[in-house]
Design a protein around this ligand. Structure first.
Ligand code: NAI
Ligand code: A1CAB
Length: 276
């Protein structure tokens, strides 16, 4: 579903994450003429422009590219790496001051305060999306800063809703949201990689192991979403007493602790990144 018209949207940085939202937004029917992007190199900008029929400019070969895009935009999505955010926002600050332009940052660990310090008065929504946004199956958390209005929050939600689902949270919860949904796809991919390796070790061809593991992940994910049944019940439905699944799951003993440690490490890293 295309986001209701949010005006001109500029993606400053359109790599894995910014590019996924940009592509998902276009696929949902958002007009290409209302989307622009900047990337680091001229080659990546040219590729983006050719792939999507949008205006895309290199932010590194053209000093003014990010500022020009921000001046053109009603909504600026910050899609550069976290360590680049404050410098970038400082550069585009003249386009943000009292212009009503909404800033949506997807950067891990960068607080709304840090962005507002670099561009005083800017309306900022912090978001933590994930890469399945590329195919309209994203999941994102959003939090609004003091200078963002309810309409600003709704505009950011509408953009992200057109590429998936959205949950509004307090900013204090954004590190946890990142640990679950921002990084989350990587956990499922890592699990699937391990399942493929296990299938190969059991004598399946790499191709067959890949098909079986990937399609099983897709089916299990869709079943969790579409059945509305909780994961514990779905697991139990597969696990016949004394059967093969039970024999396998006995080896999952440390899984919950491992995931708790992993997500705590993601939160710690996010907090570390928020310290100037
Ligand atoms: N990759 C993911 O799954 C997720 C990433 N994020 C956040 O998204 C942000 C971007 O991460 P990725 O997409 O993974 O990185 P990436 O390296 O794929 O993308 C970064 C983009 O910034 C561009 N860029 C670099 N310097 C620039 C400049 N001076 N002007 C304009 N563009 C410039 C690059 O060309 C590239 O398009 C980070 O802040 C990260 O925390 C958030 C959620 C999930
Ligand atoms: O790994 C990262 O820092 C980014 C944020 C969440 C997913 N990727």
């Amino acid at each position: 579903m295309a986001a209701a018209d949010q005006g001109n949207i500029a993606f400053l940085g359109a790599g894995s994450m910014g590019g996924a939202i940009l592509s998902g937004l276009l696929a949902s029917g958002y007009p290409a003429a209302s989307i622009r992007a900047t990337t680091s190199s001229r080659a990546s900008a040219e590729k983006l422009a050719a792939d999507h029929s949008i205006v895309a400019v290199s932010g590194e070969s053209n000093e003014r590219a990010n500022l020009d895009a921000a001046e053109w935009a009603d909504v600026v999505v910050l899609g550069v790496k976290p360590y680049r955010i404050v410098e970038l926002v400082g550069r585009i600050a003249p386009a943000l001051a009292s212009s009503g332009t909404l800033v949506v940052s997807v950067a891990a660990g960068i607080t709304i305060d840090a962005i507002v310090q670099a561009a005083p008065g800017a309306a900022v929504v912090r978001a933590m999306p994930n890469t399945p946004s590329l195919i309209g199956r994203g999941m994102a958390g959003v939090a609004a800063g003091g200078s963002a209005s309810d309409d600003d929050l709704e505009a950011a939600r509408a953009i992200l809703r057109s590429v998936g689902d959205v949950l509004t949270v307090d900013e204090a919860q954004m590190d946890a949201v990142g640990a679950i949904c921002g990084s989350g796809p990587a956990y499922y991919f890592a699990f699937t990689e391990a399942l493929i390796e296990a299938g190969k070790a059991l004598g399946l061809s790499a191709e067959d192991a890949g098909t079986l593991a990937v399609r099983t992940a897709a089916g299990a994910g869709a079943l969790m979403v579409e059945s509305g049944t909780d994961p514990a019940t779905l697991r139990s439905n597969v696990t016949s007493p004394g059967g093969t699944t039970e024999a396998a799951l006995k080896h999952f003993g440390p899984l919950a602790g491992m995931i708790a440690d992993a997500t705590a490490a993601a939160v710690d890293r996010s907090r570390e990144m928020s310290r100037p």
